[in-house]
Design a protein around this ligand. Structure first.
Ligand code: HEC
Ligand code: HEC
Length: 354
């Protein structure tokens, strides 16, 4: 068996992941400063998705991505949609676009010799950002979400390399969830030569661009002021966002029971500051000063939210083990230790067969 087939076989036969393996799925991205190169991949319009069995998976993935609430109670445990943090249907550069993520997996982690497939990275967002239970490796949902990301990436690459007429090659479900950072990933020769495996995690526009360290220590008090004047109009004074008359959440909650949980990447002050600086307030991004972005990120993340799903009854132990980064989990703020009155993690039972 060659190396890749071994990898594939190992992935397909792997047992459901134990709680201990959860952190591997939510590794902090190596944030880099915004690149001068703004030659971002431009996927084909969604209307170009073919009406084939494969195309229908892609369209289903799009629909799950923008309206994740259709998975509420099954895989999603809060009021979030993937698109809330991966904006413009996952296409916005510098808002962790899918077209820059797909070719960054499978990502190998030297530390424990584990491999994180694209599907496993998505599963991490279900555990933490969606405060839910991830769909299984061969579930239609995981395949569809992977197919959508693949289609954005491959159509963008074909266009970039002057192959706008070439249809996006179809992949099997098992290949789709792996991601494109592998030697046996199907790419036309001219693209493969210019886009070696070693470069595939480095596309301009990936993730949320890193900001320099703040001049002053982030301040929750100053952040509260920024929040009031710049954010509350959409996310509400109490951080719960705004619902429409139909009960649908139009502006997402930033903390509280329906927000991302204490294990999500967005609870880190730095990740939130990068996201906010680049993407908020909606429609007027890059309007805050860097210091304001750090301050408001600190304010947002000084509130209780659903518990970190890795919590096993001992807050300090969980803090020690998983929270060695910029966040307030386990810290006392105004006499309240964050995480000690967290909201429940997903109140959904794992689905049979997932
Ligand atoms: C609350 C915000 C939030 C929501 C909602 C969310 N994500 Fe994420 N996602 C993040 C953050 C933060 C990261 C990691 C960024 C970092 O570490 O810099 C991330 C990373 C990712 C990555 C890897 C990106 C890369 O370049 O490696 C993928 C893929 C992804 N998310 C898919 C999804 C999917 C699919 C959903 C819905 C099921 C979803 N996300 C929901 C915030 C979110
Ligand atoms: C004009 C309305 C508006 C304003 C003002 C605004 N936001 Fe948002 N925000 C949104 C919407 C809408 C989304 C979801 C984006 C989407 O789905 O495309 C969002 C998403 C977010 C997210 C993603 C995380 C999540 O849990 O969904 C964060 C964090 C955030 N906003 C923080 C802020 C901060 C901090 C400010 C003030 C500096 C701010 N926003 C100002 C409308 C707004």
């Amino acid at each position: 068996m060659n190396h890749h087939i071994t990898l594939l076989a190992a992935l397909l036969t792997s047992a459901p992941l134990a709680a201990d393996t959860l952190p591997d799925r939510q590794t902090e991205l190596p944030a880099v400063a915004k690149k001068a190169n703004t030659d971002y991949l431009t996927p084909r319009p969604l209307t170009a998705i073919p009406d084939t069995e494969f195309g229908r998976k892609v369209k289903y993935g799009y629909s799950l991505f923008v309206d994740s609430q259709q998975m509420r109670g099954r895989y999603v445990g809060n009021e979030q949609n993937c698109v809330n943090c991966h904006m413009q249907a996952g296409m916005k550069a510098n808002a962790a676009p899918l077209w820059a993520a797909y070719t960054a997996y499978p990502a190998y982690r030297k530390k424990n010799d584990k491999v994180n497939t694209y599907g496993e990275r998505i599963q991490g967002c279900f555990n933490y950002s969606m405060n839910g239970v991830p769909p299984g490796d061969s579930s239609p949902e995981l395949v569809a979400l992977s197919a959508y990301a693949y289609w954005l990436t491959m159509s963008g690459l074909l266009n970039k390399y002057g192959l706008p007429e070439m249809p996006v090659p179809e992949l099997s479900d098992a290949e789709l969830i792996l991601g494109g950072k592998r030697e046996d990933f199907v790419l036309p020769a001219e693209i493969a030569a210019d886009f070696p495996v070693s470069e595939r995690g480095n596309l301009a526009g990936r993730g949320y661009p890193k900001l320099p360290s703040p001049a002053q220590e982030p301040s929750i008090a100053r952040g509260a002021q920024v929040y009031k004047t710049t954010c509350a109009v959409c996310h509400a004074n109490d951080g719960q966002g705004i619902k429409g008359a139909d009960g649908a959440q139009y502006f997402p909650p930033l903390w509280g029971k329906d927000a991302f949980n204490w294990g999500a990447g967005m609870h880190r002050i730095n990740t939130a500051a990068y996201f906010i600086y680049e993407n908020m307030p909606l429609g007027k991004s890059v309007q805050l000063t860097e210091q304001q972005a750090w301050d408001v990120a600190a304010y947002m993340n000084s509130h209780e939210r659903p518990q970190d799903p890795r919590y096993r009854g001992d807050l300090d132990a969980n803090d020690q083990r998983y929270h060695k980064h910029q966040g307030y989990y386990g810290d006392a703020i105004d006499g309240h230790k964050l995480g000690s009155r967290a909201y429940p993690t997903a109140t959904i039972e794992p689905q049979p067969g997932t």
